[in-house]
Design a binder for this molecule. Structure first.
Ligand SMILES: Nc1ncnc2c1ncn2[C@@H]1O[C@H](COP(=O)(O)OP(=O)(O)OP(=O)(O)O)[C@@H](O)[C@H]1O
Ligand SMILES: [Mg+2]
Length: 244
């Protein structure tokens, strides 16, 4: 094959070197990550694929500074975080990372608007004045005053995405963002994530759905705590081609 790949990582947003993660000790030890070397470029949309229990969430939590490594180096957004405890990483998380979890994690007693405003308040980043615009960008301008229980799963997931973006993070980590959604609403979320990539953010999407991987610039397959393959795509698929 000839030609220049369209995806040229200008800078490295995420770098993991020889990362291991072991939960527990002795006979109860679980080796979740067994030596991960990985790079994700700034402005790339990376999909992490792999079977259940292969270490995807652990990897995501390490990149996001929620979980400490057992050994190895981690650099995210130019900051070396590998040796630091999660408790010491709250400033790092506030400055760099937005999380979208599988089960939304919205606060049930707060409206959609308030669920986003509270993150602005807690982190001291972003502005409450931007919240209506964020809700509009995920197609929920008319649901600002609805509580999570009054929203569909896809709408809740979009609130969660708007919330992740409220602090304008350089890196967005989405763990199974479509896992609880039907195809149409899942595609809406993927389109929003692709949109973010188009606006220069680094996006890491974890899934066990191989079809979702078609929208990625880089597909990282994890099996049994190790990287099995890293595949770069020159022309990622449109979300309309994704199915499950
Ligand atoms: N806090 C923990 N304590 C002990 N073991 C854990 C912990 N978190 C994860 N593990 C173990 O580490 C391994 C990797 O788990 P992880 O959650 O990263 O997998 P995953 O690829 O995200 O799976 P899934 O697709 O089911 O979400 C599993 O064997 C899991 O049981
Ligand atoms: Mg997981």
């Amino acid at each position: 094959m000839t030609g220049t790949p369209s995806v040229v990582a200008t800078d490295t947003a995420v770098r993991l070197e020889a990362v291991t993660k072991t939960f527990g000790t002795g006979d109860a030890a679980v080796h979740a990550l067994r030596g991960i070397d990985l790079e994700i470029g700034e402005g790339q949309l990376a999909v992490v694929l792999g079977p259940s229990g292969s270490g995807k969430t652990t990897l995501c939590n390490i990149i996001g500074g929620i979980e400490a490594v057992t050994s190895g180096n981690v650099t995210v957004g130019g900051e070396s975080i590998g040796g630091r405890k999660p408790a010491d990483l709250s400033d790092f998380r506030r400055a760099h990372v937005g999380f979208v979890f599988q089960f939304f994690n919205l606060i049930p007693t707060l409206t959609a608007r308030e669920n986003i405003e509270i993150i602005v308040e807690l982190t001291g980043r972003g502005s409450k004045a931007d919240v209506p615009g964020l809700l509009e960008s995920v197609g929920l301008a008319d649901k600002a005053d609805s509580f999570p229980s009054q929203l569909s799963g896809g709408q809740q997931q979009r609130v969660a995405l708007a919330r992740a973006l409220a602090t304008d993070p350089a890196i967005v980590l989405a763990d199974e963002p479509t896992g609880a959604l039907d195809l149409d609403t899942g595609r809406q979320i993927l389109a929003l994530l692709q949109d973010l990539r188009d606006r220069g953010r680094t996006v890491v999407v974890i899934t066990h759905n191989t079809s979702v991987a078609r929208i990625a610039d880089r597909v990282i397959t994890v099996v049994d705590g190790r990287i099995e393959s890293v595949d770069d795509t020159t022309s990622p698929a449109n979300v309309a081609d994704v199915t499950w």
